[in-house]
Design a protein around this ligand. Structure first.
Ligand SMILES: Cc1cc2nc3c(=O)[nH]c(=O)nc-3n(C[C@H](O)[C@H](O)[C@H](O)COP(=O)(O)OP(=O)(O)OC[C@H]3O[C@@H](n4cnc5c(N)ncnc54)[C@H](O)[C@@H]3O)c2cc1C
Ligand code: SF4
Ligand code: SF4
Length: 393
């Protein structure tokens, strides 16, 4: 018998990742793709990336000036962490998809890859009342704390006594803290930035609650092997999002035009219009068209409406104002939701009971994808239909 030798071609070696702050600055920050998610800030091992929290800011910047704002001494020596952590750098969508789902999205998966769509609400009336929609996010965090999945969550609070409406990142490690952070603020809060505080307080199993842009940070970090800093985030809850507003909207629109002082506001929501409830019981609606001029800079090119890289994505669209539209994407998301339904912590109905909501999510995802510039990574726009031509009057 003659021995045969199989000839197999070795798999092509991935090119070495050499991209650093220089490339991040040129390709993401200077081009307007940067969302302000702060992935680069929290991952930097040399602590040389700062973050501008002021109105009109919400952007990272380099703290050292040896090489100017667009280059980094550590990057020149081989550090590549910031580009590895950035969920807008090059093939970020495909990288996160591959990591979470072992495939990239099909062209018709405009809202990303998912397993189930449900309508859910917290069974506990108080949790439900404190939540923005169905209180699912708060219920998830409380349940995950109680059942040992996490020991704290990176969420968003309102600075000071609550009357400033300045949304700030923070850590919630108890039921009371989760409920203190419930509800939606429509200005930006880079919740990833609460990571250092959580680690300093000794927490090591974290949930991240974040806007769509923030919820792509963990899977991109994992896929591109950022290392130690990416490990503590284990449960990722996303908030559907078409935009956030600059803080200047309070004095320049709500107060200047409508006489609504932020100190007197108690709740806000967006349901086709900007809804505002005041302390004295008054209710006001501001047309969204009037708010657009205050769209935060970092949202203008954002292509992700549906928080496509979270374990569970949550939104308030649809005909049921007090239920949360719930998109279950990963096995971990499904495990947690199934256990919560089984033990009665949440009520759930099939998403098919509100087909309009699923259709609207798809349509809004298309609208967001259209904002992604044609000059940036092309795969993000794959499958996006061209806009319908307006009929001539
Ligand atoms: C800025 C913004 C824009 C949104 N846009 C849409 C939209 O266009 N369509 C849609 O269907 N849904 C949108 N949502 C999601 C929706 O408002 C609810 O957050 C979601 O349905 C979950 O509701 P819930 O009752 O389950 O959450 P809750 O139990 O109320 O929990 C909400 C969680 O969101 C966190 N949070 C609140 N404000 C912020 C903020 N500014 N940044 C980061 N985290 C925050 C809170 O800390 C809390 O953990 C948006 C949310 C925000 C914050
Ligand atoms: S998108 Fe996020 S990670 Fe990328 S540069 Fe901006 S803040 Fe940094
Ligand atoms: S639209 Fe929402 S998800 Fe996109 S960058 Fe703005 S805040 Fe982030």
């Amino acid at each position: 018998m003659t021995a045969t030798t199989a000839t197999t071609t070795p798999p092509a070696k991935k090119p070495r990742w050499t991209n650093q702050w220089l490339e991040l600055y040129d390709e993401v920050i200077q081009t307007g793709l940067c969302t302000g998610c702060a992935g680069c800030v929290i991952s930097c091992p040399h602590d040389v990336i700062g973050y501008d929290h002021q109105a009109g800011g919400y952007k990272p910047f380099h703290l050292e000036d040896e090489l100017g704002p667009g280059d980094c001494v550590h990057g020149q020596k081989g550090c590549t962490t910031c580009t590895r952590a950035c969920p807008r750098f090059r093939t970020w969508e495909a990288d996160a998809d591959e990591h979470l789902f072992a495939r990239t999205r099909e062209p018709d998966e405009m809202s990303g890859i998912y397993q189930d769509v449900l309508l859910t609400r917290a069974s506990d009336d108080y949790v439900h009342r404190m939540g923005q929609d169905g209180g699912l996010v708060s219920a998830l965090l409380i349940w995950a704390l109680d059942h040992g999945y996490i020991d704290a969550a990176l969420t968003s609070f309102v600075e000071g006594d609550g009357t400033s409406w300045k949304a700030v990142p923070g850590v919630a490690s108890t039921k009371d803290e989760v409920l203190a952070s419930a509800g939606s603020r429509y200005t930006y809060s880079a919740n990833t930035l609460a990571l250092d505080d959580a680690l300093d307080r000794g927490f090591s199993k974290l949930a991240l609650v974040g806007m769509s842009c923030q919820s792509s940070v963990p899977p991109v970090m994992w896929h591109r092997k950022v290392g130690k800093i990416s490990k503590p985030i284990i449960f990722n809850i996303g908030l559907l999002c078409s935009k956030t507003f600059d803080d200047a909207i309070f004095p320049e629109l709500f107060e200047a035009k409508y006489g609504l002082k932020k100190e007197e506001m108690v709740k806000m929501n967006i349901k086709g219009v900007f809804q505002i409830w005041m302390r004295n019981g008054d209710y006001h609606e501001v047309p969204l068209k009037e708010c657009h001029a205050w769209t935060r800079e970092g949202c203008k090119c954002c292509p992700d409406f549906s928080a496509e890289h979270a374990d569970i994505s949550t939104g308030g669209i649809g005909e049921n104002n007090d239920w949360t539209l719930t998109i279950v994407r990963t096995d971990l998301g499904r495990e947690i939701i199934s256990r919560m339904i089984a033990d009665g912590s949440i009520l759930a109905r099939p998403g098919d009971e509100d087909p309009g909501a699923i259709d609207l999510m798809r349509r809004l995802s298309i609208v967001s994808r259209r904002r992604w510039p044609g000059t940036a990574e092309a795969s993000v726009k794959v499958g996006v239909p061209p806009p319908k031509k307006k009929k001539k009057a």
